[in-house]
Write a protein that binds this ligand. Structure first.
Ligand SMILES: [Zn+2]
Length: 548
């Protein structure tokens, strides 16, 4: 430990062993650079990126290209090196929007061959297939609860059933006993699809048990990233060519199918929540055929680097990520149809640009290198980050951590924070020390049911086995009411994913923005200088699932 502290001392960071997770002292140049962050610079970034001229930064549009050019320009001004493809700052992301044909057909046949044709958009809906334009399938149905296989958590919907060559019918959910981040991961469509494929299924039908539930309208299309050979590289609703159909059915149909196996919905549904599985063959066969059409277009991730100072460790990378895109033009609200995305996520991009400037001002760079990754298509399903984490421009095993910033919601003084995901790895220590250095309290996630851990780009790194976190505001308020989440909730109701999330007339606390920048810098700075790379906690749910 003495040698370790000396090592940290040698690179400008001093940690007091007793409160290792509590405090750090910076050398003068680092402290100076940290304090040079200007709220007005953060403001200027948000003002430009949220300008109406960028038309809400939709990938594949000139507005998004303007945002790319802005980031590249600021990387250059800050002396951030290119770390994209072919010596550029860019990584090409081939996006495909897939549409389901109007002639989709789905029916179920009982054991006697009686066919029940279902109505598209009412009793069923089918996801387009991102690779095969015409699909026909005919296979037996098996009920598989939530479609979760987690024997390590004492729950497995696939125990005792064989779904090889069959189509599984599942409900979206997870047992109440699952911890919030594990529950969020288990309910994620990609997890359900991957588990079904791993078990040999050829299709997944997602049912609702809620009589008022409506099947999702999929006419708007779904997004994927394609590779150079026209194959799916990453997607949020496609895992492999094994899964030929992904569909939804309504509660009436679900109830009828369950009756085919003498299962009563009224007992099965609460039982699952309590962790009691009820998987069984349903005695029905599903028949489906559908066509898909495509719209292909290109976008870019924008990647810069500050090279580390240690001959060895400079080949390892700490990533700061933020999504550069937003939802573009949409349904008008109070006459405004430009979704400017000032908080979501111009403020996150602004934070990463200022973090890069802190690093660029340091006379002595940290031991490890730092990557600044502005990703596209987050609003299309975390696609830009999923593509980067899956096909990074540096060796994936050299990426030691991801610190993501997405809509930090800087609408009030920042007095406490939540390190979403930090509690799964040793990153928890760096968060605590950085927060303590800035006089910030660290809190538990006040809204675990929001599944925020899997809803932004850090999740793409987690699924590649890389410890990751996302710093969100905590509840602490100056007046001691400590109900900031209530204020944020009220703000979100009016602004989140609305044209009202603009710069003009927006609510911003750019001093909180400065503190947010400093906090995220201090986390990565410690990681970049720590001889030990971050690790998942022993036996951690994500660490055990994703580390190769
Ligand atoms: Zn966002």
């Amino acid at each position: 430990m003495k040698r370790f502290l000396l090592l940290l001392l040698s690179c400008g960071v001093l940690l007091h062993e007793s409160a290792l997770a509590q405090s750090l002292t910076l050398d003068k140049p680092t402290a100076k650079s940290l304090n040079k962050v200007k709220p007005k610079d953060i403001k200027a970034h948000v003002k430009y990126l949220a300008d109406d001229r960028l038309l809400g930064r939709q990938p594949g549009t000139p507005g998004y290209q303007m945002a790319v050019d802005y980031v590249v320009d600021h990387y250059k001004k800050a002396g951030v090196e290119p770390a994209g493809e072919n010596g550029t700052y860019l990584q090409l992301v081939r996006l495909r929007k897939s549409f389901i044909g109007k002639d989709a057909a789905l029916s179920v046949l009982d054991a006697q061959g009686n066919e029940m044709k279902l109505t598209d958009g009412k009793e069923f809906s089918i996801y387009p297939h991102a690779e095969e334009q015409q699909v026909s399938i005919n296979a037996p149905l098996v009920f598989a609860g939530y479609g979760i296989s987690a024997p390590d958590l004492g729950y497995d919907d696939y125990a005792g059933i064989d779904v090889t060559g069959k189509i599984v019918v599942v409900l979206r959910g997870a047992p109440a006993s699952f911890p919030s981040t594990v529950s969020a991961y288990s309910r994620d469509m990609m997890t359900v699809l991957q588990t079904a494929a791993d078990k040999g299924a050829v299709g997944v039908v997602v049912a609702t048990a809620n009589p008022k539930g409506r099947v999702p309208n999929l006419q708007r299309g779904t997004y994927s990233v394609m590779d150079a050979n026209g194959k799916v590289a990453v997607s949020r609703n496609y895992v492999s060519e094994k899964i030929k159909v992904l569909a939804n059915i309504d509660a009436k149909t679900f109830h009828q199918l369950l009756q085919g196996a003498a299962l009563d919905t009224a007992q099965v549904v609460p039982g699952l929540k309590k962790g009691t599985t009820a998987s069984a063959p349903l005695g029905y066969t599903l028949r489906a055929s559908y066509n898909s059409t495509y719209q292909d277009f290109e976008s870019q991730n924008v990647i810069g680097k500050i090279t580390g100072s240690d001959p060895q460790l400079k080949n390892e990378y700490v990533v700061h990520s933020a999504h550069l895109d937003h939802v573009g033009i949409g349904a008008p609200v109070n006459g405004d149809s430009i979704y400017n995305g000032a908080h979501d996520n111009a403020s996150g991009v602004a934070s990463v640009l200022e973090i890069a400037k802190i690093y660029s001002r340091l006379p002595e760079k940290p031991k490890r290198s730092v990557l600044f990754v502005m990703v596209t298509a987050e609003e299309m399903g975390l696609l830009g980050s999923a593509y980067f984490a899956r096909y990074p421009t540096v060796p994936v095993q050299s990426i030691v951590a991801d610190i993501n910033t997405d809509m930090p919601t800087i609408i009030a003084p920042l007095l406490s924070v939540v390190g979403l995901g930090a509690n799964h790895s040793t990153l928890e220590n760096e968060v605590a020390a950085a927060a303590q250095h800035l006089g910030l309290a660290v809190e538990e996630d006040p809204e675990p049911e929001q599944m925020r851990f899997i809803r932004s780009d850090q999740y793409s790194f987690v699924t590649q086995g890389i410890p990751a976190l996302h710093i969100k505001y905590g509840n602490k308020t100056k007046d001691g009411q400590n109900n900031l989440n209530k204020q944020v909730e009220a703000w979100r109701a009016v602004h989140y994913h609305k044209p009202q999330d603009g710069f003009e007339n927006g609510t911003f606390d750019f001093d909180a923005g400065k503190k947010y920048v400093q906090l995220n810098f201090l986390i990565s700075y410690q990681v970049a200088n720590n001889p030990q790379r971050p690790t998942w906690k022993p036996g951690d749910f994500f660490g055990t699932r994703f580390v190769q």
